[in-house]
Design a protein around this ligand. Sequence first.
Ligand SMILES: Cc1cc2nc3c(=O)[nH]c(=O)nc-3n(C[C@H](O)[C@H](O)[C@H](O)COP(=O)(O)OP(=O)(O)OC[C@H]3O[C@@H](n4cnc5c(N)ncnc54)[C@H](O)[C@@H]3O)c2cc1C
Length: 393
Amino acid sequence: MTIKERIVEQKSKTQELVIIGGGIMGLMTAYYASALTEHIVILEKRMIGNQEASSFSFTRSMHTDYLDPLYARLAYEALGMWRELREKTGKSLLVDNGCLNIAKRTVTPELEETYTAKCYDVVEGLGLRPEKLSKEAFQKRYRQFDVDFGYLNSAGGYFNLRVIADTLVGLLRERGVQIIENVDTDEIVEEDNQVRISTNKGIFIAKQLVITPGGKWANEVLELVKGNELQLPIKLTQPESRYYYPEPDQREQFLPKNFPVFAYPDVGIYGHPIADEQKGAVKVAFYEPSDFEPDADGKIRGVADFVEECMPSLKSMRSEAVTDADKCFYDVVEDGDFVLGALPRYEHIFIGTGWHGAGYKFSPLIGKILSQLTLQNGTVYDIQQFNPGRFVK
Ligand SMILES: Cc1cc2nc3c(=O)[nH]c(=O)nc-3n(C[C@H](O)[C@H](O)[C@H](O)COP(=O)(O)OP(=O)(O)OC[C@H]3O[C@@H](n4cnc5c(N)ncnc54)[C@H](O)[C@@H]3O)c2cc1C
């Protein structure tokens, strides 16, 4: 069959919306879009749930602790949407047991100047009533840590990624969204007020196209768009993660009810409680913080350094590098902002990527925004700062 014949065949099936990339951003876009229209297709290069995608690990943190009040507000807005979705589905998508932000003088001597201390003010400014904790308070309540200062923000917790993916895919199928896997796209052409996507599974004609292929593949997909010259300055980095296995008599203190998600953002550390009782592991991860100076002495250069200094109770436990998940990368955009909006020079192609290794929590909001951009001719959210056009030379 010639291309023309294949187009004629598919024309009768013009889709309202095609989404390239079935990670959490693609799934959430389809979810919010499916409340507005029918005829939605997700094209996924691999399988939904593949381990190379960032969206399909076991847990991710939910927190609202950002120095930039805009991101703190967006995260809080998204948290409300997660809670709504949890209520609606009755599934344990999110465990909101809070996020504990910590700091220690031997690591970051100027405690008042830490990311943690400054974030406290931002979070308080949002009216979230974070609870300040002194060294003594930690000794009483959170003996798992040896730190000098911190605060508990109840607008935080962790996500159960497997439950979320299964729930969303189920909802999308119920709503008639087509999910097509193992799709290789050859070319994307915008013409005659619509978009033609040529793939190994046929040609798709869409009124609107959303591109959410994850930061690792965003530029690859952009290269397929005929006439597009935009490439995004995205750097990929991989955090180090370790599981620590408490002995049976130590477990109770690391269960979610006693042990919130935690972060020492100044030195790029975060961790999760025992989310899966069968596995019985506490996760601790380290990344190179890009928006704050790491500790001047370079005391903490990885998970083991952090454990030595701030969580000595983990030291004696059996531990191992995380290898069963998280083979994925942080997608850090040069200027630190998301990339979200219309692809410059195109009317029907939109992109969402570059989440700075922190996008999961925002995904319902991003999905809603992309569905509004494509199906409602604009969004009620101010996303000017994220405009992909800022990278046009
Ligand atoms: C180790 C790690 C820890 C993280 N921790 C947190 C956290 O604690 N809290 C938080 O909020 N966020 C966290 N994040 C970030 C979060 O996981 C990501 O921002 C989010 O999952 C990105 O979703 P996505 O849908 O954009 O991309 P992805 O999950 O990468 O999905 C993109 C999908 O598109 C597909 N695709 C690629 N190319 C094509 C193509 N040409 N055609 C069709 N499909 C294609 C891919 O196969 C993939 O399935 C973490 C990320 C990492 C790597």
